[in-house]
Design a protein. Structure first.
Length: 187
């Protein structure tokens, strides 16, 4: 069976990351890449995101990098909660989103209508968890935020199903920052 991981986490404003060239983003992407490589060694074939700004689009960029680096079999799926979710985003965010959509191996929406209600987000969370084996999240339960809802759905799903939740916490990010600094200083 194909191993499928949903990748999600905080939105940019929850992490204080507002530009694509912020140093913090380098470490976030390294943390995502490190976890995805572990999952690839365990048989990962698909990464699914819902296309939200922040961790999800950054993870998509990492997947596209991994494909170039020799993991050609890794596929990217974008399953949005509803149609035209990027409609009111700033132009630079729309450009990143559209670039990801153009390179994704699969694109669809849970609700094939434009935004109607928050229920579409709940439906998206339930759908993604039901169709995957693993949830990889940049999420720290010490700092609640928008990922909390997907995390709760996954935790409930885990009670009755063979399901895996992997978290990248702020501690994990700090360890990556320290490793990189040591490497840069020749240790």
């Amino acid at each position: 069976m194909a191993q499928i991981a949903v990748v999600s986490g905080y939105k940019p404003f929850e992490l204080g990351v507002f530009k694509q060239d912020e140093p913090a983003l380098t470490y976030i992407k390294k943390a995502i890449k490190k976890e995805l490589i572990i999952l690839l060694e365990e048989g990962l074939e698909w990464v699914i995101i819902s296309g939200q700004l922040g961790v999800e689009l950054w993870a998509a960029e990492v997947v596209l990098e991994l494909q170039i680096e020799g993991y050609e079999h890794l596929q990217l799926g974008v399953i949005t909660p509803f149609l035209h979710q990027e409609e009111n985003w700033k132009d630079n965010n729309k450009e990143l989103y559209e670039s990801i959509i153009a390179q994704a191996d699969f694109v669809d929406s849970v609700s094939r209508k434009p935004y109607e209600s928050p229920n579409q987000f709940r439906m998206k969370n339930q759908f993604l968890v039901a169709k995957s084996d693993t949830l990889l999240m940049l999420y720290d339960t010490e700092k609640e935020g928008t990922p909390k809802y997907l995390y709760e759905v996954a935790k409930n799903h885990m009670e009755n199903h063979d399901y895996n939740i992997r978290q990248i916490t702020f501690y994990d990010l700090q360890m990556i920052v320290e490793e990189e600094q040591m490497r840069e200083n020749g240790f």
